[in-house]
Design a protein around this ligand. Structure first.
Ligand SMILES: Cc1cc2nc3c(=O)[nH]c(=O)nc-3n(C[C@H](O)[C@H](O)[C@H](O)COP(=O)(O)O)c2cc1C
Length: 189
């Protein structure tokens, strides 16, 4: 499966691993994909939207209410994309997606997007192991969301454990597998 000419929507939520999402945007673009990025308010505090603009060559969507390219940004963003990858997926965006909450651009687009959605969770190990987060992850798998990671290793807070975002290469591979129809199962962990 080659990503050349494939439209990919990349959602960046407010985890420190947002800097790795910049490397992912760069890889996908280098592979010939068209990459459209949207960021949450928290993500835009951690990494400048301009970084994603420079790497993808496309303006970055930040808000439901201030998008000059589309009167319905959540629909406009979804229209051409074959897959929606959210990296990093915060505990917060997973909770919203599991509950069907749509109170900002990223969460509203999750509801509005009809294709496959891949989540790359990243968070502190205690956040990941909390019953609420585990419940939300299980619900999202039941609902057909794809997951890549999280991995075990050193976390940005200095802890060791489960919660590291999958590496950009692994996320790219997961995207390829999903689009090729060879991902093990929509409910696979
Ligand atoms: C420096 C910093 C790093 C953070 N890293 C994470 C993270 O890795 N994962 C996570 O779930 N939340 C993290 N948070 C908390 C989220 O930013 C916070 O829950 C926010 O409301 C998430 O909003 P969003 O899901 O709309 O992006 C971090 C916060 C700060 C200040």
């Amino acid at each position: 499966m080659t990503l050349k000419g494939t439209e990919i929507l990349l959602g960046v939520a407010g985890g420190i691993a947002a800097f790795k999402a910049a490397a992912l945007a760069s890889r996908l673009t280098a592979a010939g994909a068209g990459v459209s990025v949207m960021m949450t308010e928290a993500a835009a505090r951690l990494v400048a939207p301009q970084t994603f603009y420079a790497l993808s060559g496309r303006p970055v969507r930040l808000s439901l209410w201030a998008d000059p390219t589309s009167p319905h940004p959540h629909i406009g963003a979804s229209k051409d994309a074959r897959i929606f990858c959210i990296a990093p997926a915060t505990a917060d965006i997973m909770a919203k997606a599991a509950a069907g909450i749509a109170d900002d651009l990223l969460s509203t687009t999750i509801l509005a997007f009809g294709g496959p959605i891949l989540l790359a969770p990243a968070m502190n190990r205690v956040m990941w192991s909390k019953p609420a987060t585990q419940r939300n992850a299980a619900r999202l798998k039941e609902d057909g969301f794809y997951f890549v990671g999280p991995e075990t290793g050193r976390l940005s807070c200095g802890d060791e454990g489960v919660g590291r975002m999958a590496e950009p290469e692994a996320i790219e591979r997961a995207i390829e597998e999903i689009l090729a129809g060879s991902a093990p199962s929509r409910a696979a962990g």
